[in-house]
Design a protein around this ligand. Sequence first.
Ligand code: DP6
Length: 339
Amino acid sequence: MGFAVRVRAPSNIALIKYMGKSDPELNIPSNPSLSLTLNSLCTWTELEQIQDGGEFRLEWNGAARMEDVELLPFDLREKDRPKIERHFKRVFQFFGHSFSGHWRVRSGNTFPAGAGIASSASGFSALTLAIAAALGRDRSAQAELPQLSRQGSGSSCRSFQGPWVLWQGENATKLSTNFDSLSDIVFLIEKSEKTVGSTEAHLRVKSSPLWEKRNERVSFRIQELQGCLLMGNWSGFSQLVWEEAMDMHELFHTSSPSFSYWTPLTREILGWLESEGVRSGKVRAAVTLDAGPNVHLLIPQCDQRYWLDKIKARYPELELLVDQEGPGAQVVWHAEGLK
Ligand code: DP6
């Protein structure tokens, strides 16, 4: 007996950031975070059981296409293999399945690695859902999947639902809002791999003098932001989102040793967007950055054309990624009896 499943899971962009862990083993965050789930910027993963039982064996291949979607093959680097195998073990154990069998994965992303899109968020949520689906538990254990995935990579727990998700302690829950449906335009400033990975960043920020009061600032902002989402208050939303992104990057800039993801172009684009009123909330647009140099512009979907024309006129050479909010990870198909 063998079976195969195919899933797709989107990335998400945090507006209140997960930065710093209170429990690094379980990826319990030091503070709550709030994110927007994306749609087509995602990971596609296919998982096939080649043999039931026997010593655990994992074959991993990058995939360049699935369901007519062009993908950038997501290959497993040897240094990441132990983390992935631990995740298989964790999910198997949770479902009472022994850590055994011969498994084949094919996986690809719709976005380039290092594009300022969290590939660990989409990658781990896709893998968690694929394993659960292969064990026939994706529906019955829907509530547990974010928690399991979080232990592989924290931010992945926010990719199972959408569009708005609040992650606090062990739980990620969908938020009700009355806000515009959003698009995310990513200014692709740098595609190369980050010098400081986010796992290292989570540790280092605790050395910043700004760390001590970080929780107070986040508590205030997250309350206010939820209010803005309920009231449709763009002005407050833009100001809070800007402040929070700068707060996280200030932690990087003031930690010891300090580090920065910004390039001169990051600063230039931030300056331009600020002059366009994005920071002060004069326009319906908000800016954030992940742990990287690339700038995300969040706007109502109905303004997407206007902003794309404006950005292309100003930065004709710059590559952009464009996506919209989405509902979260899903099983695309599930086939039993394959071999
Ligand atoms: C800057 O989820 O990648 O994107 O739990 O160590 O895998 P690990 O970290 P990860 O951290 C993401 C941090 C961030 C902010 C955010 O997404 O909230």
